[in-house]
Design a binder for this molecule. Sequence first.
Ligand code: C2E
Ligand code: MG
Ligand code: MG
Length: 761
Amino acid sequence: MSEREIQKRLRKSIYFIVCIGILMVSGCGIFAFFLSNTLEEAVTSNMRDETDEYKKRLHKQLDTDLQLLNSVAEILRHTDLTESEAFPELLDQVNQSNDFLTMSYINADGIGIVATLGKEIETGVRLEDLQEEPREIAQKALNGEECISHMFKGDFSQERVFTYGVPVYRNGVADGALLASTHVEIFSDILSGNQVMGGTGRIHMVSSTGKFLIFTNPVVENRPDTLFGEPYLSGESLKQIPEKMERGEEGFFSFRYHGREYRAFLTPVGVNQWYLVCVNSIEESSRMVLRVVEGAGVLAAVMLILFVFVLIYGYRLAKSGNRNLMKMAYHDALTGALNFSGFQKEAKDRMDENSSCSIVTLNIHQFKFFNEIFGKERADRLLKAVGEQAEKELGERELLCRASADQFYLLLNDTDRTVLSERLNRLMERITCSFGEQGDYQVLLYCGIVISDVNDTVYSLDQMLTHVMFALAKARETHQNTIWFFDSELHKKEVMDNYVEGHMNQALQEKEFRLYLQPKIDLKTDALGGAEALVRWQRHDGTMIFPSQFIPLFEENGFCAKLDMYMVEQVCACLRQWMDAGLTPVPVSVNQSKLTFFMPDYVNRLMELADRYQIPSGLLTLEILEGMALENVDALNRRLEILREKGFHISMDDFGSGYSSLNTLGKLKLDELKLDRGFLLEVSKGDNNSRLIMEQVVTLAKGLSMSAVVEGVETEEHVRLIKELGCDYGQGYVYSRPVPESEFTESWMKKAGINQKTEKN
Ligand code: C2E
Ligand code: MG
Ligand code: MG
């Protein structure tokens, strides 16, 4: 796995962990939100319950007071006490024995008695003289209604009071009204308890106009007159709450006072449009909620911190692990240099930045034996020494790698051959010296170099790594400290050689070797006098390989013998075709390599082919090279004699191109001498000596009864010259290039046949 991939995975894991972290924290948030909502609801319902409880207590008080009055009214109903003189005194006594401030009795005529605590009993009081609130109550009671008045400031008391009124029935009709007033403080006692909301809440009572009736233990200092205003109601709630009160509904509102938030619950008492207002500080009421939220927040924060810590720690751990892993994955344990994977990676990065560089591969001559002779430990020391010395040689952005055993790679910034040679010679020298001589064993190195851009060709890293191995293979051939630069032309030849050797057998089987023929012109008649068989290798894709690209190789690897015999057979088949077609065949020369020529069964095989195709052996001319005569003239002559006996003609090819000896020529029994095209080249340059030599060679050939053939006849000038010199045949591009057998038959054989026929006619 590459470092980039590991980093990618690491990043993915971090994203994953961060997502989980976010999920957990938001989970905590949602939990806190729901919890706070639930607790909020619990608090509000608690407020409602508590306020209801106080409402019930109020009602109980009112009921008790009304019951007391009703009991007295019941007594009055069944007695004539109201008529008695002692009644005022009696009413006063009753008044003193309960918590009322005043007790009054008004008869059906609107005349009555008023007994007030601490005051003289008033008799003969007229209904119209009463204060407005008790007057209304008295009238309602006389109408048979049981009722309670609004608050009012009584004449008899500085405090605000209210009045109960019950009818006193006689004979089924309301005959009188019994009234009792009491001050509002009776509610204060009930509402001022400090147990509201567990001690944190306050309960007030307001009238329908928002006026505070009971305002004990308030959170707001400087008692405001009404609820309908600052700080209690403002903005939206100032509109909504009075509307709700008008409709007799309950409601919640919040307000802020001295920097604190309060929540209030308003509920109708059910009497006189009085309302109970329960006020509680949000802070207080939500203390538990806050505590839970705080707890959840702290938990989330702790988790987050823990998470971040684990994340950072994990990331660092993974990164350092990753770094170690990378080091192990990309470095060689023995020398500390890069290994091959590391080298490839770094070299690629380096070349992406700047492609100009050279790659060197350095090996130790016979390292295998060094290992065997001196043991692994010393061999390792040697490798370390190579690594150390090479490391010292490195400049900025240059790389060193040990790929395997003794194979080192270097990426160097230089691309100049001289500079590179100097640097590497110095390095090899230093390694040889630093390790010293091992007894009589001298450590020698060899290296191949490839330069990234030569002659406008820019190589990729992969190409360079392949090419450098070819250069190394060349360097290995010498046994000394050697440097070999990769040569692209040489390499192309090597690639072709490799192809040729790898495909020759298959090509022969698949008939990729084709017979081409080049005409030999009789210089006396200017007519076709013969032909030379030349091989062409035509690959399946149509591309052509020429003899110079494979014949030397085949001569080395022995395949030439096979190919030559194959070509002889092709020529025989061709001659047969001509004869079968009624064409007069011309002699065809076939090039024979030394290996073919000296095959033990060579003559037999030739005979066998000539027999098989029913070819007169005189139609076959065997071309040999002058080099064959250099080693053993007698052996060659013996073979020539046999072949000539059998009727074959022999020609010496390329005469004059090598170490030709006129002396040897005299000893050989040949039918034809082919003068190398070099003669014509020299003579065309105006070299008189060459012309003289050529003339002598032709004379000698004639003297030895050989026909003289000149190769490389390219111009009319050449034709004139060779005619002047008295040559017999000319062969060259001026007449025709070598052409495929079929084309030769069409262009030369058939035409020659026609000419012959015309001549006969
Ligand atoms: P070679 O036997 O001397 O053949 C003549 C070569 O000169 C041929 O090259 C031919 O194409 C070329 N040539 C002909 N006329 C001219 C001309 O006017 N100017 C120039 N510059 N060249 C001319 P090719 O076909 O490439 O063959 C090269 C050599 O390969 C032959 O030289 C021969 O030695 C060898 N060869 C060709 N075919 C065979 C074969 O079947 N067996 C063997 N053993 N060798 C062969
Ligand atoms: Mg030839
Ligand atoms: Mg030749």
